[in-house]
Structures are given as structure tokens and as C-alpha cells.
Design a protein. Structure first.
Length: 190
């Protein structure tokens, strides 16, 4: 019974954070949406920050599961990286909570939200870095700094998926894969 209540509270808080943002969400709103007394929330969570952190941890886990599902051992590294990165950014674009978090981080710089966004990005970079490290060991790619490479790959994807379409026609998934191949795996030199 208490697990169900906790899940209802998390669901209600996720909805409130998604609609109003972290800053504008109150524990009273969450209690009302969850149909529980405000005191019930405090039996599970010390404060709004702890509740928010619990939601971020779940969000990261769900995002990593989606990315991991896009990877197949019979596909080459570049295809797996492309599919996983595309899935991660697709996840971020499709989930109302992540959209709201990135907006609030950009518009208000709420410290707790900045920390949540930082955790999301850090988890994404760690996921990519791990795949790069394995590829280096398997000699699928040249030795490189996995952390810097993960950062470059993520930022390239963000630029091609999110930034490009701000003023241009969005690129198709295949076009992004081709650009990824050109710039990362083949390079521009003859």
C-alpha cells in the first residue's frame, strides 16, 4: 500500500514538474495531484529536492534503457553509437519533463534544476564514454580520450538534431548518420 502511495506521489510530482517546472511546483500541488495529505509526502521524501532527485534518477535509468535497447552486438560501433545517441536525444525531446527542465535551466537557472540537467548530461556522457572505451579495447577505433570523444559526439548530435532545425529544415535520421560517418569516422581530409 505504501509503495503505491509513493508511486502516486512520484507520478503527481513528475506531472507537476512537467507542467509548471521545478521552481513553480509546490508540495501542496503535488499532494493535491496525488490525492494525499502533504504530510504523507514527507513520510517518503524529506523535501522537494529529494523528491525531484528521485525522479531524475528514474529518468536517467529510463533514458539509458532506451539507449541500451538501440544497441545490438551484431552491428558495428558507428551504427550502435548513432542509434543510441539518436535514441537518447529523441527521449529528451519526447519527454515533457526533460523539455521543461532544459527550458527552466536556460530561462531561470534554478540551481536544483541545473544540478538535475547536469546529472542527465553526465549520465549520457558516461554511457557514451563506456561504449568508446570498449571499442578502443576491441580495436574498433583508434586510441583516443574517451571522455573528450564522448563530449564531442554528444555535442555534435545536439547540434545536428536540436540546433540545426532552429533555422533550417530538420535533418533526417539517415542524413545525421551520414554526417556522423563523414565527420567522426572518415574525417574531411582526402
Amino acid at each position: 500500500m505504501s509503495f503505491d502511495r509513493k508511486q502516486e506521489i512520484i507520478k503527481a510530482a513528475t506531472k507537476s514538474f512537467s507542467l509548471f517546472g521545478y521552481k513553480a511546483t509546490t508540495m501542496d500541488q503535488v499532494a493535491k495531484l496525488a490525492n494525499v495529505g502533504k504530510g504523507t509526502i514527507y513520510t517518503f521524501f524529506k523535501n522537494k529536492e529529494e523528491l525531484f532527485d528521485d525522479i531524475i534518477v528514474t529518468l536517467i535509468s529510463d533514458m539509458e534503457s532506451e539507449a541500451q535497447a538501440a544497441i545490438s552486438p551484431d552491428k558495428p560501433l558507428k551504427k550502435n553509437l548513432h542509434d543510441a545517441l539518436y535514441k537518447i536525444l529523441e527521449f529528451r525531446l519526447e519527454h515533457q519533463l526533460t523539455i521543461k527542465l532544459f527550458e527552466e535551466d536556460r530561462d531561470f537557472g534554478t540551481p536544483t534544476v541545473q544540478e538535475g540537467v547536469k546529472k542527465l548530461e553526465s549520465a549520457t556522457l558516461d554511457f557514451i564514454k563506456e561504449k568508446i572505451e570498449k571499442a578502443i579495447v576491441k580495436k574498433e577505433i583508434k586510441p583516443c580520450d574517451p571522455e573528450i570523444t564522448a563530449f564531442i559526439l554528444l555535442k555534435l548530435y545536439i547540434a545536428l538534431i536540436m540546433d540545426w532545425e532552429k533555422s533550417r529544415e530538420p535533418l533526417k535520421k539517415e542524413e545525421i548518420a551520414n554526417l556522423f560517418e563523414l565527420y567522426i569516422f572518415n574525417g574531411l581530409a582526402f
